[in-house]
Write a protein that binds this ligand. Sequence first.
Ligand SMILES: NC(=O)c1ccc[n+]([C@@H]2O[C@H](COP(=O)([O-])OP(=O)(O)OC[C@H]3O[C@@H](n4cnc5c(N)ncnc54)[C@H](O)[C@@H]3O)[C@@H](O)[C@H]2O)c1
Length: 304
Amino acid sequence: MKVLVTGGAGFIGSNVAKILEGRGDKVFILDNFSHSSYKNLLDLKADVICGDITDQSLYNKLPSVDAVVHEAAITDTTLLDDTMMMNVNYNGSKNVLNFCLNNNIPLVYASSAGVYGESKPPMREEEGLTPHNTYGYSKFLFDCHVKTIFKDPSSPRIVGLRYFNVYGPREYHKGLAASMTYQLYLQMISGKSPRVFKHGEQKRDFIYVKDVARITVEALVSSESAILNVGTGTPRSFNDIIAAINQALKTDLKPDYFDNPYGDKYQNFTQADTSLLSKILKTQAKFSLEEGISDYINFHLEKK
Ligand SMILES: NC(=O)c1ccc[n+]([C@@H]2O[C@H](COP(=O)([O-])OP(=O)(O)OC[C@H]3O[C@@H](n4cnc5c(N)ncnc54)[C@H](O)[C@@H]3O)[C@@H](O)[C@H]2O)c1
C-alpha cells in the first residue's frame, strides 16, 4: 500500500510512518517542517515532500497513493494567531480531504479531544462539543464539515480520530507543547521536584503513542466512515504520572504544586468513551499509564 502521511515529520505522524514501513508499506511524508524534527525521519525510508497543506497548487504534484493519514496541524493550543490556526487546521484539512475525494481514496485524520472543552465525562462523540480555544474549534469545524460528506454513499471512507492526551517517543521537538509526561520526566531525570498545577489531581485520559499510531493504521481499513474517540477510557491524575515516573526511575521526588494560570481555558478532566472505537474498529488501547511510561522511559535510558 502507498500511504501519504501529512505531518509525518512530527510526533504522531512519524510514529504512524514507522508502523506503516514496518509492515511493508511505501510512505510519502508531506510536511512543511514548521513544528517538527528532521530527527524523526532518520530511521524512516519515506520519500519526503516539503510542502504546505494550505498550498492548493501542491495537490496536483503529489504522487499517486492508496490512502492518506492526515496529521499536519498547528498543534500549539496556546498560539494566539487565530487566522493561522484556522487556515492550517481548517482550510488546509479541507484541501487534504478534497485530494482524497478527487482520487477516491480513504482518509484517516487527526481530530482532538479539544473539541469537548469542559463537557461532561465520559466524552461521547455526539455530545458536549464546546471547544475552549481556537485550536479545539478548528478541529470541531473540520469534524462538522466531514460529517456532511458521510451522507454521500459514493464517497471514500473517512475516519476522524479524536486523540486524547498522547505521550511517547518522538515528541521532543514540541517544547512546552509536548506531553506532561515528557515535561515531568525532564525535571525528574535532572533530580528536580516535578512542578504541576495545584494539587496534581486534574485527571486526563493519557494514551501512549504506540497505541495511537497502531489504531490510526488500523483505521485505514475501517469498514465505515466515522468519528471516533481514541483514549484509554481511564482518566489518570498528574500525581499518577509523577508516581509512575518515580517508579520507572527508582526515585522518590515530591511534587511542587503551583497555581494554574490558564483559568477556565484549561481542561481539568478528560475521559474518552471508547465504545464506538470498540464497535467500529474492534480495538482498544493496550498500554496502561504505568506500562506506557515505563516503555517510554526505557526508550530514553537506552539512548543514553
Ligand atoms: N499530541 C497530542 O496529544 C494530540 C492530541 C489530540 C490531537 N492531536 C492531533 O494529532 C495531529 C498530530 O499532532 P502531533 O502531536 O504529532 O503534533 P506535531 O506538532 O508534532 O505534528 C504536526 C506536524 O504538522 C506539520 N505541519 C504544521 N503545519 C503544516 C502545514 N501547514 N503544512 C504541512 N505540515 C504542517 C508540523 O511541521 C509537524 O511536523 C495533529 O493534527 C494534532 O492536532 C494531537
